[in-house]
Ligand binder design. Structure first.
Ligand code: BG6
Ligand code: MG
Length: 221
């Protein structure tokens, strides 16, 4: 029996994955590192500082900055990102997500959030979706970020459910690894090749249908 649905935020509930990309691209331009969409894929789901480290390695600049300078760059990226998410509203909820949340709630199944973002609460509030979530895992106190299962396990614990009875939904390959390692049923949204370790993949959020997901989960058990 499905006890909970646990969602990633950026790229699943709203298209903030694109805003993260724009913000890293802006920082990259200023320090002379070109970030393209393909490379950006490898940044999805991972923490702010880990993303910065990857970008510096890409540009062979990993030894060029002190920790203090790196902190400043991460803050710079975040300030721009925060300015981009300032104006998002319920209209920015991706297609099918509201209907899915409504159906989960109607069926008395719990809903959790397992986002790596420290801006998650702000984004959910701007989207007016906070009321649907029974528990929001706090990335700021999560020791190991995705692909480690920690944030999904934190969400299951906060919801007081067994991870094996959870469906996790993600747009990032690192997130699918996290869900699988947490022993949850993994659902990917996006490119089938990139998300090839997911148990089930849809190419867009409007294809996330409550009844179909429940059926898939039941068949696997
Ligand atoms: C994840 C995004 O949800 O959150 C990553 O997929 C991002 O791209 C990470 O780096 C951390 O977000 P933030 O808002 O704390 O910088
Ligand atoms: Mg994501």
């Amino acid at each position: 029996m499905v006890e909970a649905f646990i969602f990633d935020l950026d790229g699943v509930i709203t298209d903030t994955a694109h805003y993260h990309y724009l913000a890293w691209e802006k920082l990259g331009n200023e320090i002379g590192i070109k970030i393209d969409e393909e490379f950006n894929e490898t940044l999805k789901g991972i923490s702010r500082l880990q993303s910065l480290e990857k970008i510096l390695i890409l540009g062979n600049k990993e030894n060029d900055f002190t920790n203090e300078e790196k902190e400043k760059m991460a803050n710079y990226k975040n300030s721009y990102y925060v300015s981009l998410i300032e104006n998002i509203t319920f209209k920015d909820v991706l297609p099918g997500i509201l209907e899915l949340l409504e159906k989960i709630r109607l069926n008395n199944i719990k809903i959790g959030l397992a986002s790596a973002s420290k801006n998650a609460v702000k984004v959910l509030n701007n989207l007016e979706l906070t009321k649907y979530f029974n528990f929001i895992a706090d990335a700021a106190i999560c020791k190991n970020s995705k692909p480690a299962p920690d944030i999904f396990l934190m969400a299951a614990k906060g919801l007081n459910v067994n991870p094996i009875n959870c469906i996790g939904i993600e747009d990032a390959s690192a997130g699918i690894d996290a869900i699988n390692d947490a022993k949850m049923y993994s659902v990917g949204v996006g490119d089938r090749e990139i998300l090839n370790k997911a148990k089930f993949v849809v190419d867009s959020t409007e294809k996330l249908k409550f009844e179909a997901l429940i059926k898939l989960f039941e068949v696997k058990n």
